[in-house]
Unconditional design. Structure first.
Length: 46
């Protein structure tokens, strides 16, 4: 029983780490897209 619990805990920790990496990646993507949008808005208003 305890071994299964340990394995499940490890698996969930790995999944959590993976999700955090994905979140960081998407945060960077969003920053890049927002920068693109702002540069487009500047072009439109000028």
């Amino acid at each position: 029983m305890r071994w299964d619990y340990t394995k499940e805990l490890l698996r969930s920790k790995q999944a959590e780490a993976y999700c955090r990496k994905q979140m960081e990646y998407y945060k960077e993507e969003i920053k890049l897209l927002e920068a693109k949008i702002k540069s487009q808005e500047i072009k439109i208003t000028q």
